[in-house]
Design a protein around this ligand. Structure first.
Ligand SMILES: Cc1cc2nc3c(=O)[nH]c(=O)nc-3n(C[C@H](O)[C@H](O)[C@H](O)COP(=O)(O)O)c2cc1C
Ligand code: SF4
Length: 368
């Protein structure tokens, strides 16, 4: 029987337990994306707190395209030395650290003039009002190269793997979404064409980093839009990504570029999770179907709160890992706590107050 506290492997990476820290943008990097003492401390505290593997906050790959202020970046070699320090700090406590890579696109607020922002098609963004520039085939090649260079830097800096961010409405997830992707060339239309950029990206990164280096991806289980990616389509895309050489898939959901998603609590970081255990692990239905359909590990994210719920999913489904975002903001040592008392309820109330505090700290901890 599989257990939450047991060692597993994803390619060359050994994971000491099945808990993963979900990516959280802390807004604590310098203006140009470099590490700060406060940011090192957050990751070291998480590693000390017993988590098996940490996914970093999203890290931008294009110098001129920063989805949010004070994000981490990796657009040139100057970051390698910073990140060597980071990976060493995390590794000394027996945890892994995987760098999440992103190109934001029209969902980003901090972009240069919109004529320079890449998008699949020039469709106005429902959140920001920005209309991006339709990417040429050369732009698509350049984007893939930016990710490849970023992945090579991540490997050189000692990260245990990379995660490609293709969820939540950022550029890669826009390609999958018929509303934002209106292309009529080989990158738009039928699902296989909308997925092509992701498939090519996985293949290109694989070729660069080698067979044994873990490549992960975060994807929407569905967009929750009328003309968005559906759950069935997401499963088909994941099969294509597995065939292309992906090592693990993290599932989330909700296209944040659509007011309907946020207004109806259908986004990635939902409220009301703590009202009932039925609300927990809210992408579990998709996770169960997906995990039965593919061979690579599925990481379930979103509303994982109690050990008994996660153990139940481990017993009754093929889901392999559980990622936690907000509970780890509130309690970076939650996994050590659980290793001593599996019945403990996490402190996080899913109020989303942390989105609005400096350093994305938990409001409960600010009051202490
Ligand atoms: C403050 C904050 C920042 C986030 N930043 C990212 C990010 O950089 N990349 C990402 O993929 N998801 C990000 N997320 C979403 C989380 O990774 C996760 O999918 C979501 O919080 C649901 O998991 P939870 O219920 O365990 O919090 C963020 C969430 C919060 C609360
Ligand atoms: S502010 Fe604290 S309690 Fe509220 S969602 Fe964030 S981590 Fe959880």
């Amino acid at each position: 029987m599989r257990k939450l506290f047991e060692e597993t492997k994803i390619k060359g990476m050994t994971l000491k337990n099945r808990f993963i820290k979900a990516a959280v943008w802390e807004a604590l990097a310098t203006e140009d994306g470099h590490m700060t003492p406060a940011l090192y401390d957050i990751y070291e505290d998480l590693a000390k707190g017993g988590i098996g593997t940490i996914l970093t906050g999203y890290t931008y790959v294009h110098r001129d395209e920063q989805p949010n202020p004070n994000m981490m970046a990796i657009y040139d070699d100057s970051f390698i030395e910073d990140y060597k320090v980071l990976t060493q700090k995390v590794h000394q406590h027996g945890a892994n650290i995987v760098l999440q890579l992103v190109y934001g696109g029209s969902q980003s607020y901090l972009n240069p003039p919109s004529q320079n922002i890449w998008g699949p098609s020039p469709v106005v963004n429902g959140l920001t009002g920005i209309t991006p520039k339709e990417m040429t085939l050369e732009d698509i090649r350049d984007l893939i190269d930016l990710f490849v260079q970023a992945a090579l830097r991540a490997k050189a800096a000692g990260f245990d793997g990379v995660q490609l961010h293709a969820a939540h409405g950022y550029l890669l997830s826009q390609f999958l979404c018929p509303h934002y992707n209106r292309r009529r060339d080989t990158y738009g239309g039928a699902l296989v064409k909308r997925a092509r950029i992701l498939v090519e990206l996985v293949k290109a990164v694989r070729q660069a980093v080698g067979e044994d280096y873990p490549i992960l991806m975060k994807i929407n289980s569905q967009d929750y839009m009328e003309d968005g990616l559906t759950s069935e389509e997401s499963i088909e895309v994941t099969k294509m990504l597995e065939a292309a050489g992906l090592d693990a898939i993290e599932i989330s959901g909700g296209n944040e570029s659509t007011p309907h998603v946020l207004e109806n609590n259908l986004g990635p970081a939902r409220g009301k999770v703590n009202q009932s255990k039925d609300n927990e692990s809210y992408f579990k239905g998709h996770g169960k179907t997906l995990a039965a359909a593919i061979s690579i590990p599925v990481i379930l994210t979103g509303g994982n709160r109690h050990i008994d719920v996660m153990e139940g999913l481990l017993e009754t489904t093929e889901i392999a890992y559980f990622a936690l975002g907000r509970p780890m903001i509130a309690e970076p040592d939650l996994i050590v706590t659980w290793s001593k008392d599996m019945t403990k309820s996490p402190k996080c109330l899913s109020c989303n107050g942390c989105y609005h505090t400096p350093g994305k700290r938990c409001v409960l901890n600010l009051k202490e």
